[in-house]
Design a protein. Structure first.
Length: 278
């Protein structure tokens, strides 16, 4: 079971509960060795219309004015608790216009998770990954990930299979078609080339019809991870905790069962190499 988690949210992002210390105490109680704090980084309003900002959870990210408090709380916990390794981080979208802003944040923390919930396509339109992805635009999802990962700011690409949440094939049906397979293989190669981790996200299970029926899983999407087995890619499990209980809940257990049954090799620890922090 999970002993190191690098995907943790707090109340700063407006849709999670608890402060840094609450997660640290629970992680200690569970016997965790490492805990990475990765709340949703601010999305600057200036790069989107008000409507786009509202529709893409702009207000469900940390406020710029809370960044220092968040980082200070992590520092205090690092000082106070010596028997658990605590890392500072952010989960970010990748909007190219915000690159300098991301860089400024990246210098303040130990690592970044890339979590793409929305992005801009080549025409500047915002595509939402839960509702807007289909056969004709799935390449754009990959291209956004590629642009982000090639900045070398990221340690992990979390829920890389989130595109399967609402994907529509040529006929408008929710199937894992040849385009999904092509993108899956490209993501594997991208991760290997850039030496980053791909995350199997336990929190995604909250969206499926029946957690006990793999055929209903949206993400983690079983076929995506079956394909990943063919590659020498580094895979971790992330709780993506938005509540303290989610550090070790049924979703985490079911994801571990799936990994075991499928014979997927996972890394228990994420090696954090920090070339950015100053
Ligand atoms: Zn969240
Ligand atoms: Zn997350």
């Amino acid at each position: 079971m999970l002993k190191n988690n690098y995907h943790t949210h707090m109340k700063y992002c407006n849709h999670a509960e608890g402060m840094v210390i609450d997660y640290v105490k629970e992680a200690l109680r569970l016997g965790f060795l490492e805990l990475g704090m990765s709340d949703h980084a601010p999305v600057l309003e200036s790069f989107m219309s008000k409507e786009e900002y509202l529709n893409n959870y702009g207000y469900d990210t940390m406020k710029l004015s809370d960044v220092e408090d968040y980082l200070n709380q992590i520092k205090e916990c690092q000082k106070k608790f010596s028997n658990i390794k605590i890392y500072s981080g952010f989960e970010t979208e990748y909007l190219e216009e915000q690159k300098d802003f991301y860089l400024s944040l990246r210098k303040k923390v130990d690592y970044f998770n890339l979590g793409i919930h929305f992005f801009k396509d080549k025409n500047g339109n915002v595509l939402n990954c839960y509702t807007d992805l289909n056969y004709d635009n799935l390449d754009e999802y990959y291209l956004n990930a590629k642009k982000a990962i090639e900045t070398k700011m990221y340690q992990a690409f979390v829920h890389p299979d989130l595109f399967m949440y609402g994907y529509k094939d040529k006929n408008g049906c929710h199937t894992f078609d040849e385009k999904c397979e092509e993108i899956t293989r490209k993501i594997a190669l991208l991760a290997i080339e850039n030496n980053i981790y791909l995350e199997i996200n336990a929190n995604g299970l909250k969206y499926c019809k029946d957690k006990h029926d793999l055929n209903t899983w949206l993400y983690p999407y079983p076929k995506f991870w079956e394909i990943m087995k063919e590659y020498n890619v580094k895979i971790i499990v992330g709780a993506d905790a938005h509540t303290i209980a989610a550090l070790s809940n049924e979703n985490v257990r079911l994801v571990y069962d799936f990994i075991k049954k499928s014979g997927i090799n996972i890394e228990e620890k994420m090696v954090i190499t920090n070339d950015f922090k100053c």
